[in-house]
Design a protein around this ligand. Structure first.
Ligand code: HEM
Length: 135
């Protein structure tokens, strides 16, 4: 019998979700190139930063000190991030979270990702109309 799905409890659970997400996302035909060719990510260095972000958001340990929106604006300046990219990103995220967990934190992880995607679409749209504004 398959193991019953549990909620996300700690950083280890977060790390497993983030790793599973990247395994799919970097190979994805719609958004994979952004990680591999545009950002040329070193996943070993990148994944702990993403885990810091989620540990801050979900567990309340204030370990993430970056600026998520400005990172993606920088990325967008190199290669356009379109609403379709965010939709694809989010659909992979939802499938991965649902495939691994069930519960309050899992719901929050999906909701916060979705809110962040909306915020970034909005900020990028604003940036495109006002490229000299500080975002
Ligand atoms: C179009 C969709 C997205 C793509 C292609 C994308 C891609 C990337 C890439 C390539 C980086 C590394 C940037 C760099 O270090 O140069 C990054 C950083 C990051 N992304 Fe995304 N991302 C997307 C959407 C999101 C969303 C919706 C979230 C919501 C939680 C998110 C969370 C993060 C975080 C926390 C970082 C780390 C920022 C830092 O280094 O401080 N991303 N993303």
């Amino acid at each position: 019998m398959a193991e019953e799905k549990k909620d996300i409890r700690d950083r280890e659970d977060i790390a497993k979700v983030v790793e599973a997400f990247y395994q799919t996302a970097i190979q994805d035909t719609e958004i994979g190139y952004i990680f591999t060719d545009v950002a040329k990510l070193n996943l070993e260095a990148h994944i702990p930063v993403i885990c810091d972000f989620w540990e801050t958001v979900l567990l309340g340990n204030m370990v993430y000190r970056g600026s998520v929106v400005s990172k993606h604006i920088e990325l967008h300046r190199k290669s356009a991030l379109r609403p379709a990219h965010f939709e694809r990103w989010l659909s992979i995220w939802l499938i991965v979270v649902d495939g691994m967990h069930v519960g309050e934190k899992a719901e929050e992880m999906k909701k916060r990702a979705s809110l962040m995607a909306e915020l970034m679409k909005h900020k990028i749209n604003y940036f495109d109309s006002n490229p000299n504004a500080l975002v």
